[in-house]
Design a protein around this ligand. Sequence first.
Ligand code: AMP
Length: 226
Amino acid sequence: MVPGVKQRVVLLGPPASGKGTQADRISAAVGLPHLSTGALLRIESRRGSDIGRKAEAYTIRGELVPDEMAVELVTGWMSENGCRFLLDGFPRTLSQAVSLDAALESRNALLDLIIILELGEEAIRSRILNRISCLVCGATFSAGLHGYEEGEPCPRCRTPLARRKDDTETALSQRLEAYRSQTLPVLAYYERTVPGILHRIDGEQESDAVFTEVSALIGGKPTRSA
Ligand code: AMP
C-alpha cells in the first residue's frame, strides 16, 4: 500500500466513461482493492450461480439489479476483505448510498472521495457500440481503435474477446435512462450531505490524462503508471 492514498473511494460515471479501466490502473498503481459490482455480477452470470442468473435478467436489459442484491455484494465483500476500496459502479441509487453510509458507519469509517467521470452521449454510444471486452479479466478494447475483433484472444489473459450482452442499442438506452433517473440523484445527495467530497473529471480525454487527474485526487505517489 502506498502511503497518503485515500482509503475509501467511489468511482461513478455513465456507461463507458472509463471507470473500470481507471480503477484497474489506480488499483495496480497504489494497491487499493478494486471492487466493481458489474464485474462481480458478470462473474456470477458466467458461473451460472443463482444470483448470476437472477442478475442477468436485469443486466441484459440494461436495468439495475435490485438494491438488496447490489448492497449484499458490497457488504459481503467488505466483511471478507475489509474497509479499503476503490468502488466502481456503486452506489448507483439513493437507497444504495444510504446503505453504504450505514455499512461504513457500523465500521467507524467514512468515504474519502467520490470521482465522477463525465462523458457526452455521442461518445458513450460510439464507445459502447464499438466495445469488445474480455469477460474474464475485464479488459476492454475499441474495435475501431485497437483493431481487435470478437473471438481473438485477450492480450492480457488469452480468453476469447466478446461483446458484453448489454452493449447493445436497446440495453444502452435503458442504461442511460437508469444513470439519469437513478444515479444522478446520488451525486446530488453526496454534494448535499458531504460538501467537497465529489470531484468531476472529463472522461472524454485520453485515458492517460484521465489517469493523471484521478491519481492526483487519490493521492500517494503511484509506484508505476500501470
Ligand atoms: P457496469 O459493469 O458497471 O457497467 O454494470 C453492468 C450492469 O450491472 C449494470 O447495467 C447493472 O445491470 C448491474 N449493476 C452494476 N452495478 C450495479 C449497482 N450498483 N446497482 C444495480 N445494478 C448494478
